[in-house]
Design a protein around this ligand. Structure first.
Ligand SMILES: NC(=O)c1ccc[n+]([C@@H]2O[C@H](COP(=O)([O-])OP(=O)(O)OC[C@H]3O[C@@H](n4cnc5c(N)ncnc54)[C@H](OP(=O)(O)O)[C@@H]3O)[C@@H](O)[C@H]2O)c1
Length: 325
C-alpha cells in the first residue's frame, strides 16, 4: 500500500509518499480500499507538531471506500460494502484499517466521494446545531468561516432548523457561497468589526450562539457578539489557539456560556453515531443538503492540499484521491 507519512514534524514539505506493507485488521476491525480521503484542519497541526503524535505517523482519519476484508469478530460488515469513517488509523493512504464500531455503511444514492466529503464536517455541523445548542426558529446564530468545510454545512443545517444566520468569510466569492447556502447576512471579518455589525443587524441584542472555529483572531469579538446568557461554542482554532482566559469575563459580558467541544463526545455511542449519520445521509440523498467538494488532490499531492487549506484558499471540502495522479 501507499501512504502519506510524517517522519519529522514541520511544514508541508515533510510529508513523504511511502510504500508500506498492507495492514492486517484486528478481530474487530475492517481493512478498507480507500477511494476518497477527507482532509481536516487538525492534520495540519499534527504534521506541524502542535498536537504531538508518535512518529512515523500516517496522517488522516476520515475516509470512504470499499471493505476488502474483516476481522474474525466482525459480523455487521462484509467485503464489498461501501463504508465511511472518521476514525481510520492513517487515512492518507490507499488502504486503511478501522474499528467496525466507528464505521458506517454508505447508503445507495450517496456517492463514496460525497460520503467522505460530508462525514466528519457534517457530523460536526449536526451536533453543533442539534445537540450543543439546538437551534430553532427564534434563534440567531453567528458562524465564522462560513464558506469552509464545516461552515457551508453549518449554514444549511442552521437554516433548516429555522435560525437567523449571520456568517463571516474573507472574500466576496466565499461570502456568495455562504449566502447561497442560506446565510441571511454575511460580514467580511477581515475588514469589518464583526461584533459591531452583528449588534447592528440584531438591533443591539446580539446573537444566541456563536459557532467559532477560527479561535485566536475572533474569540474576543465573538464574546462581544453574544446576547445575554449566550453560548460561545469554540470548536476550532484555524487562526491559532486562544490564550489563557479569565472566566470572570463571562460574567462581565452577560453571564455567557463557553464550551470547547469535540466530535468524539457527540458521537459517544454507536447509536448516537448512527442517528446522526442516518439523518445526514437522508438529507444528502434528498438533495436537502448540498455537499460542496471545493478541491480534489491526488493522494501524493497532500502537501498541496495542506498549503491551500492553511492559506485560506479552499471552500467546502478538500479531498485526497488515491491513484488519481
Ligand atoms: N471540535 C470539533 O468537533 C471539530 C470538528 C471538525 C472541525 N473542527 C475545526 O473546525 C475548523 C474548520 O475546519 P474545516 O476543516 O471545515 O476548515 P475550513 O473552515 O474549511 O478552513 C479553515 C477556514 O478558516 C478561516 N480562517 C480564518 N483565519 C484563518 C487562518 N489564520 N488560517 C487559516 N484559516 C483561517 C478561513 O476562512 P476565511 O477565508 O473565510 O477566513 C479558512 O478557509 C478547524 O479549526 C477544525 O479543526 C472542529
Amino acid at each position: 500500500m501507499k501512504a502519506i507519512r510524517v517522519h519529522e514534524t514541520g511544514g508541508p514539505e515533510v510529508l513523504t509518499f511511502d510504500e508500506l506493507a498492507d495492514p492486517t485488521p484486528g478481530p474487530s476491525e475492517l481493512l478498507i480500499d480507500i477511494e476518497a480521503i477527507g482532509v481536516n484542519f487538525i492534520e495540519i497541526y499534527q504534521r506541524a507538531g502542535l498536537y504531538p503524535r508518535p512518529l512515523p505517523l500516517t496522517l488522516g482519519a476520515e475516509a470512504a471506500g470499499i471493505v476488502r476484508s474483516v476481522g474474525s469478530n466482525v459480523s455487521d460488515f462484509k467485503p464489498g460494502d461501501r463504508v465511511v469513517s472518521q476514525r481510520v488509523k492513517g487515512a492518507y493512504a490507499n488502504r486503511g484499517v478501522v474499528a467496525a464500531e466507528y464505521t458506517v455503511r454508505i447508503p445507495d444514492g450517496v456517492t463514496t466521494k460525497q460520503a467522505a466529503a460530508v462525514w466528519l464536517q457534517g457530523l460536526t455541523a449536526h451536533y453543533l446545531t442539534t445537540s450543543l445548542f439546538p437551534l430553532n426558529a427564534s434563534s440567531k446564530a453567528l458562524l465564522h468561516a462560513a464558506a469552509g468545510g464545516v461552515g457551508l454545512l453549518l449554514c444549511q443545517i442552521a437554516k433548516k432548523r429555522g435560525a437567523f444566520v449571520i456568517g463571516t468569510a474573507s472574500t466576496e466569492e466565499k461570502r456568495q457561497l455562504a449566502r447561497a447556502a442560506g446565510a441571511d447576512e454575511m460580514i467580511d471579518y477581515t475588514t469589518e468589526d464583526f461584533a459591531a455589525v452583528t449588534r447592528r443587524i440584531t438591533s443591539n441584542a446580539g446573537v444566541d450562539v456563536v459557532y467559532d472555529s477560527v479561535g485566536k483572531t475572533t474569540f474576543d469579538k465573538s464574546l462581544d457578539s453574544l446576547a445575554r446568557r449566550g453560548m460561545m461554542a469554540l470548536f476550532g482554532q484555524s487562526s491559532g489557539p486562544v490564550p489563557p482566559f479569565d472566566p470572570q469575563i463571562l460574567n462581565r459580558k452577560g453571564s455567557l456560556f463557553l464550551t470547547r467541544p469535540k466530535l468524539d463526545d457527540y458521537v459517544a455511542t454507536r447509536d448516537e453515531l448512527l442517528a446522526r449519520s442516518s439523518e445526514l445521509f437522508a438529507w444528502v440523498r434528498s438533495g436537502e443538503l448540498s455537499v460542496r467538494i471545493g478541491a480534489e488532490f491526488p493522494l501524493e499531492q497532500a502537501a498541496e492540499a495542506h498549503r491551500a487549506l492553511a492559506a485560506r484558499k479552499t471552500t467546502g471540502k478538500v479531498l485526497l484521491i488515491p491513484g488519481a495522479a
